[in-house]
Design a protein around this ligand. Structure first.
Ligand code: FAD
Length: 498
């Protein structure tokens, strides 16, 4: 037995990051390590963060959470993708679907045949080959099939849920797995002589000692920055939005199985339908618009009665220079912030927890382990950042903020991807990137980045009757969607909030 093993873990913060971390560690460490979580009801959590991406299913599955119970407990809905409205220019729209565009029928990727048909005058939009979009616009939902011969196998999905209900759901789970919760405000972070954290002290005098500390304290980064000064890399020159106003509103009978993002003059607005309400927010750049104007824009675009006062949130896009420093790991908003354009923050919590478990330390805290965690996390943040920048950069809008982001210098890996797509329609996402080729394709085509040519191999494979295959796919997608229940029917049948 290694007597250098971690005996006590202290998690500071009980927002989505704190409780996801507590639930995953509680389950993985099987009661062999004391886990304390401290949170302050007085400070509260950020309270937004309602849309997710497909890998969240894996997080819940690993915890053994039943999907129907989870949807019921969180007032959740299913999400088939994101509709982007007015992003390229006012009046234009496109959909970023989860899953594949059609079923591949040849070694030449489908979109090259689609590009060829387009060059011949066929104006069928690419998204007609995405089951997720055709289902989403009909308000339909059902889980994908595991049979690769069925077009239903090309679908993927995520969830939209009430963040505070999700945290409460995970709290019950974590406490069942031995996590001890303390209520109170951390007022001091005490360091050992070697600069590692010894304990955190609460306002009421309690001290929580630990071997490993997880900073889930949100934007303030109480431990990682406040005590350990890990540093922050500011990305506002690429992602200039720095504020958001959020307000929930009522909705009508139907709740759509997708998130909508609508561009405005100095930012964009989210619309996330849940069972009991719609989450809305306007993300904007304070250099180009005042808080009052941003609030008015949001309120003017609500589709139902506001269910509360609008709330202002400030942020700096970027990432912590060191996510793991000494015996402290930052997870959640304390680790960095990428605006919620592609709903990635909760995913970054999920991968940080998995990575921590994959590189779990002992009390020696080998710097090699820490460095690997930081390297992998930095790369992940940077690749997501590049995908977000693409949405802004490839636009034809005329307002000053949009002209600025269209003209700015972009990171080199994004320029590389753009050059491949513009030149040859080729997609070059690496295997471990979060956003894979179908994701890049959706946004590149959606933002009207048109390739100069398609894959020359398409013209050399004369035995492939692509025109017929594409028409057959469209038919199969339509028939599949016709047979699907509406999202409301599916939820009423299996997972209605009680
Ligand atoms: P918080 O929710 O801020 O929680 C911090 C916790 O630390 C709280 O419990 C607080 O009480 C505690 N705390 C702080 N200081 C102390 C102290 N001194 N003593 C004791 N406790 C303390 N993500 C998505 O995936 N999808 C989205 O659609 C999405 N939309 C977003 C929209 C906006 C405008 C913003 C700002 C974020 C969005 N996010 C989204 C991100 C998502 O909200 C966060 O990643 C997620 O909620 C995790 O937050 P957190 O737990 O790190 O921080």
């Amino acid at each position: 037995m290694n007597d250098r093993r971690i005996r006590r873990i202290v998690i500071v913060g009980g927002g989505t990051a704190g409780w996801m971390t507590a639930a995953a560690l509680g389950q993985a460490l099987q009661g062999n390590c004391r886990i304390d979580l401290v949170e302050s009801e007085h400070i509260g959590s950020v309270g937004v963060g309602e849309a997710t991406i497909p890998p969240i299913k894996l997080f819940n599955q690993r915890l053994g959470i039943d999907e129907n119970d989870f949807i019921a407990a969180t007032q959740g809905t299913f999400k088939l993708g994101i509709e982007f409205v007015n992003w390229t220019r006012t009046g234009q729209r496109y959909f970023h679907p989860f899953g594949q565009f059609g079923a591949e029928f040849d070694k030449v990727p489908l979109h090259h045949y689609w590009l060829r048909e387009r060059a011949r005058g066929d104006d069928t939009p690419l998204e007609e080959y995405a089951l997720a979009w055709v289902a989403a616009r009909a308000n339909k939902f059902m889980p994908p099939s595991s049979d690769p011969r069925q077009v239903l196998s090309t679908l993927d999905y995520a969830y939209q849920f009430d963040a505070s209900l999700y945290a409460a759901f995970l709290r019950t789970y974590a406490e069942r797995h031995g996590v001890r919760r303390s209520e109170g405000k951390v007022t001091e972070v005490n360091l050992r002589e070697d600069g590692f954290i010894a304990d955190v002290a609460l306002e009421n005098g309690t001290r929580l000692e630990g071997d490993l500390f997880i900073d889930c304290s949100g934007f303030r980064g109480l431990l990682i920055e406040g005590a350990l000064h890990a540093g922050y890399e500011d990305w506002r020159h690429w992602l200039p939005c720095d504020r958001a106003i959020a307000v929930p509103c009522a909705h009508g009978e139907a709740f759509a199985p997708y998130t909508r993002s609508t561009a405005h003059a100095a930012g964009w607005q989210w619309h996330i339908p849940l069972q009991h309400r719609v989450g809305n927010g306007h993300v904007y750049c304070s250099h180009y618009i005042s808080d009052d104007e941003a609030t008015a824009t949001l309120m003017n675009h609500l589709e139902g009665e506001a269910l509360g006062e609008p709330r202002l949130l400030r942020f700096v896009t970027g990432r912590r220079r060191r996510f793991w420093h000494r015996n402290c790991v930052a997870i959640g908003l304390s680790a960095g912030f990428l605006e919620p354009l592609e709903s990635t923050s909760i995913h970054l919590i999920q991968t940080a927890v998995s990575r921590l478990l994959a590189l779990f330390p002992d009390r020696d805290f080998d710097p090699v382990t820490t460095a690997e965690f930081n390297r992998l996390t930095a790369t992940e943040y940077e690749r997501v950042r590049d995908f977000l920048i693409l949405h802004y950069h490839a636009n034809q809008r005329s307002e000053p903020m949009w002209r600025h982001v269209a003209r700015m210098d972009i990171p080199e890996p994004l320029a590389y991807k753009l050059a491949h797509f513009r030149g040859h329609g080729r997609l070059v996402a690496e295997r471990l990137e979060l956003f894979q080729n179908p994701n890049w394709l959706a946004v590149l085509v959606g933002q009207e980045v048109w390739p100069e040519r398609y894959d020359p191999l398409a013209d050399l494979r004369s035995e492939v009757d692509a025109t017929r295959m594409l028409a057959g796919l469209r038919d199969a997608i339509r028939q599949t969607v016709d047979a699907m229940p509406t999202q409301r029917e599916y939820i009423d049948r299996y997972c209605r909030a009680r």
